[in-house]
Design a protein around this ligand. Sequence first.
Ligand code: CDP
Length: 244
Amino acid sequence: MGGRDATMVLLDENGIRCDGRKIDEPRRIMIRAGGLKNADGSAYIEFGDNKILVGVFGPRDVHPKHMSNTDTGILRVRYHMEPFSVGERKNPAPSRREIEISKVIKEALEPAVMLEKFPRTAVDVFIEVLQADGGTRCAALSAASVALADAGIPMRDMVAAIASGKVADTIILDVNNEEDQAGQADMPVGYMPNLKKITLLQLDGVLTSEEYKKCVTVGVEGCKLVYEIQKQALNDKYFGKKGD
Ligand code: CDP
């Protein structure tokens, strides 16, 4: 999340954003379930120019053993950006930002996964960001939900995620990289549409309480759009397209 550049035109006089979208229009979203033969479940997402691969392993034995819980399974999430995923080479060592995003994705997924069915085991979620363009945590969370479902892990619901935000004093859906850098606010939202529960809500920037409510509503509505694409990805793999 970078500095705010007030000189950039983020919304023109016709209400069109810097990448040609309308204020409530998400970027192009493509999700594919499966694809990694050595993983128990996997998914690939393209969310605008974000490209992210997720592999799920487990439920499996926990090593070291003292990390296991006799009452429930545990979820472990590693979000990692490839050095080539951003314009300026990223150091491959885990950054503070990657540790934070791993934690928020884990906490956003936990309410969806029936870990209590697998005491003493772990479910590992590995997220590889191949190309980043603003909104990777939301894209990764949406793909991770599909990968967990693809692994056959019992779930209460899938978490769908997208960011709402504020540019040029206007609430928008799906914040891109330029809008994140130069806009006024960015609010990543993760939501389980069947259970009607928010599991991720972050805010970078300043909003009035009215704008805050609108951002949450716009984000939740956006999550419902993402959810349809997640379900379609699973349908395509298990009931639709041949060859997967
Ligand atoms: O990706 P997300 O919006 O969830 O997280 P962020 O911390 O707000 O990062 C916004 C964007 O900054 C990322 O999506 C990348 O495109 C970019 N970024 C970068 O260029 N170099 C980094 N080392 C980290 C992020």
